[in-house]
Design a protein around this ligand. Structure first.
Ligand code: FES
Ligand SMILES: [Fe+2]
Length: 362
């Protein structure tokens, strides 16, 4: 007897209408992973695009995080450019130089005095922001679901991997992967290993479990799989020490996890890799990969994260290529739904979680 079930449908992957529903109910209606907190020192700002909305994240001079619409209150100019991570104590609009404090207050309006414009009534439009183990989450909803409650449902893996102390680690490097595929295809691919032996020969050389088509080692109950050798390309050496305070088993294992709707966590023993998905519409996803190490490891004169980065980037490129092929395939009128088997249990879980979060479509 077959135990297969079905994937999402063609329209779930490619329809503009369904993407709009995802934007309002999932990406903007819930919480989204937006950044790593340690990237923002006091006085810094960064710009992220959360499903089509440009969001400004600041850390004020007292260290408090804020999120704002990246829009000037004067005439609506885009305030800061993407990738602008300059350290400045304020935010000045490039158009008429209205200037905002990092907590959003409007503090300068050149040529216009208090009789002409009431600055107190014109702070930046703000969003809700929360931090969990160094992960920064933003909600664009006016009255979002309680974050702590939401996190128990959507960040269970962050809580499960708490012993790796992600909040104490620092981003040493960031790479980006552009993927011409729907964001859900990227997640579904991450959640199964039936493709690993075929697509990732370098990965399966160091993670033997993945040669079996399973994401789990069923002899273990902790979700980990053994790494034999270094989490690097053949012949390369990972010179970084194990993450601080972890057991020998954790130092020689790989653990993976997800944050719904848009994050992956990979722990290799020496490094934690955070991948954040930024959907750019139904047909494109930008993925940033941040490589986290202990601060003392980064400070060491011999620190060289490049073998880990090179290896992970290769796996990401291999995954991106197959995700793009899937996106091309599911666009076909012939495609109604694909097939999921018991070895796709995590894909099935994701599909159910997604459908529950999205709700019914008329
Ligand atoms: S639009 Fe920003 S200062 Fe005028
Ligand atoms: Fe893969």
């Amino acid at each position: 007897m077959s135990h297969d079930t079905r994937t999402l449908t063609r329209l779930d992957y490619i329809s503009d209408e369904i993407y709009e529903i995802e934007r309002s109910r999932i990406f903007h209606g819930g919480w989204m992973l937006a950044a790593r907190a340690d990237r923002l020192e006091n006085g810094n700002r960064t710009v992220v695009e959360l499903a089509g909305e440009s969001v400004l994240i600041t850390r004020d001079l007292e260290g408090k995080l804020h999120a704002f619409a990246n829009v000037c209150r004067h005439r609506g100019s885009r305030l800061c450019d993407a990738n602008d991570e300059s350290k400045q104590g304020s935010l000045m609009c490039p158009y008429h130089a209205w200037t905002y404090a990092l907590d959003g207050r409007l503090i300068a309006t050149p040529f216009l005095d208090a009789n002409e414009v009431d600055r107190e009534l014109l702070p930046l439009w703000s969003y809700h922001i929360r931090e969990l183990q160094g992960f920064v989450f933003v909600s664009l909803a006016k009255d979002p679901v309680d974050f702590d409650y939401w996190a128990t449902k959507n960040c269970a893996d962050v809580l499960r991997l708490e012993r790796f102390n992600c909040g104490d680690l620092r981003v040493a490097a960031t790479t980006t992967c552009e993927i011409a595929a729907n964001w859900k295809i990227v997640i579904e691919n991450y959640q199964e290993c039936l493709h690993c032996a075929r697509v990732h020969p370098e990965l399966t050389a160091v993670v033997p479990t993945y040669r079996t088509g399973s994401v789990f080692d069923h002899t273990r109950t902790d979700g980990g799989v053994a790494i034999t050798g270094d989490f690097t390309m053949p012949g390369e050496v990972d010179t970084s020490p194990p993450l601080p305070g972890i057991s020998h088993l954790d130092a020689t294992s790989y653990y993976g996890g997800t944050i719904f709707p848009n994050g992956f966590i990979d722990v290799s023993g020496t490094c934690v890799i955070i991948s954040t998905l930024f959907p750019k519409g139904p047909h494109h996803t930008t993925m940033t990969m941040e490589y986290l190490f202990a601060p003392e490891t980064i400070a060491s004169p011999n620190f060289d994260p490049s073998p880990t980065i090179q290896f992970n980037d290769l796996i990401a490129e291999q995954d991106a290529a197959v995700c793009e092929r899937v996106h091309q395939g599911v666009t076909s009128r012939a495609f109604e739904q694909g097939v999921l088997t018991p070895k796709d249990s995590l894909v099935i879980e994701f599909t159910q979680h997604y459908l529950a979060a999205r709700g019914a479509v008329a």
